[in-house]
Design a protein around this ligand. Sequence first.
Ligand code: HEC
Length: 189
Amino acid sequence: MNAIRFALPFAAAIAAAPGFAADDPLLAEARGVASAIPPKLLTVLQEEIQKGGAEGAIGVCREKAPAMAKAASEQTGWAIRRVSLKNRNPKAVPDAWEEAVLKDFDKRVATGEKPTSLEKGEVVTLDGKKVYRYMKALPTQDLCLQCHGTPDRISPAVQAKLKDLYPNDKAVGYAPAEIRGAITLKKPI
Ligand code: HEC
């Protein structure tokens, strides 16, 4: 339904401007879906940290984040997950397209782009079918460093719990305003 409605204008947009589709409805739709989740998650994280410290808030990133992504997926029809070049959850490994986008985000931050505005949308062919893919960067801010920062920023209790839950954790050592990872969406068109 939506796929058909969006497919035609999108094809036209690409034909008119390869690589750049600012007016594309699929880009706008994906951006809207991707942008709704992080602020909600941040609010819950802040509340939980205030109540029980970072240790008590680990469950927010562990359970609430995937639950919110799942609910948004069911509501919107977009497959949604989080990925990182230095993943904590062993499943949060980017595929080739996602890895290239994350590396590009890092490059763009290094050349002075604002991490909060980094996104990428593209039509790709997956298994012979056209799919729209979108990623939006998830930058670090001070609060994140209690669980993703250098060891001096992470309390011993949090370090112990993370080590227990994620023996192969790579998601530490971050400074503020770095790209922690991205929210990644895809949908057949
Ligand atoms: C209270 C601890 C805590 C805080 C604070 C926290 N995170 Fe996390 N983060 C985690 C845990 C635990 C996971 C693994 C979740 C899972 O199992 O899927 C995670 C996973 C992630 C992932 C998914 C990719 C991966 O590495 O598994 C991203 C992206 C992420 N966090 C970004 C952030 C950002 C951005 C902030 C700040 C706004 C933040 N986190 C704050 C604990 C935290």
